[in-house]
Design a protein around this ligand. Sequence first.
Ligand SMILES: Cc1ncc(COP(=O)(O)O)c(C=O)c1O
Ligand SMILES: N[C@@H](CCCC[NH3+])C(=O)O
Length: 413
Amino acid sequence: MNHFSYRKRVLHAEEVPLSAIADAVGTPVYVYSTATLRRHFRVVTEAFGSHPHLVCYAVKANSTLAVLRLLAQEGSGFDIVSGGELARVKAAGGEPGKTVFAGVGKTADEMAQALSAGILFFNVESPEELDLLDAVGRAQGKRAPFAVRVNPNVDARTHRHISTGLKTSKFGVPFEETVALYARAKRMKGVQAVGLDCHIGSQITRTAPFKAALSKVGGLYKELKAQGHALQYLDVGGGLGITYTEETPPTPAEYARTTLSAVGDTGATIIFEPGRLVVGNAGVLVTRVLFRKKTAARQFVVVDAGMNDLMRPALYDAHHGLQPVVQRRGQEVEVDVVGPVCESTDVLARQRKVVLPKQGELYALMTAGAYGMSMASTYNSRPRPAEVLVDGAAWRVVRERESVEDLWRGERP
Ligand SMILES: Cc1ncc(COP(=O)(O)O)c(C=O)c1O
Ligand SMILES: N[C@@H](CCCC[NH3+])C(=O)O
């Protein structure tokens, strides 16, 4: 459920026509809906009912300050993977005490910043990382709270680029080595085990992989508790998929039921780290048609957004819905919607049936709120898009379009 819909043939974000935003701010522009963000967060947290839990929104999905602030106001915690994300959470008014820190390559500086900020816990991904965290903790005269991210060796049955829970993946500690790592941690003075963590991948559209991973992880949690580790948190990661085209992922309520039936009896506070589920359908990328171009093989529509602005189609062959901002009647033709970037993979929408647009008309690439702007780059020296947040009939620019001067800030010719 989202708040992007047609009114009198014009696509609106809540009560604002996307054409009005594009005309005022220029294109490409990301547009987010406050009502959708709020609704998604509430549906997710309410799904766990009265079971002790904390939703830690995965900042990497969309790290724009205004989005983080809105979620912080809703009571969200955060899942971060860098010092930069920690700084963003703090700048947006998020609470470090409700923030967990994952990632296979944390530096000593990042650990020290997070520990002094009072982070909830670190998700440790290797024995050497645990040694470094121990040193950082001792240097501050503290015990750094941690959970081991265990790799349960489960196939998430998602795109191979976004699967993280197989034994060939770089993420987490092998299942069989986890008990020994907790035992070793017990002898350290700079760390304190507080939980257990796993995350098996992203855009997961069935419950079976979650069930398989959680039954292993739930068993391990109980075993660790029985060995005397005073664990309190079971972090089940993120990864619940959304509908881009025809996927029918479990609803948050179904997901929560699956989770609680697998690990509800552990007595742990459940930490859930959704990213895409919260922001994916809350954002669109609005782009303007530059040229139509016909070759013997294809009808192309060249738009002013490229793979640098929305990388998912080029990176994962991902599908994003393509909607004209103003609907027009006419004969449909099959087109490839392509960006200006000098790469053959710069195809935002492939072989779609549309009424051939005129130059200057607008398209919205749907479901672009997650891993859109946060993965944007300046490749081809293209300044990154502006971002707008709509709230009812009001809207505001929450990030200015990057300027050419921004592109070379810090450079010394
Ligand atoms: C550790 C961790 N937690 C949470 C997420 C969020 O994933 P998603 O956006 O699929 O919910 C990710 C990304 O896959 C992740 O790596
Ligand atoms: N960036 C990916 C998901 C990776 C999730 C991060 N662990 C996407 O757009 O689908």
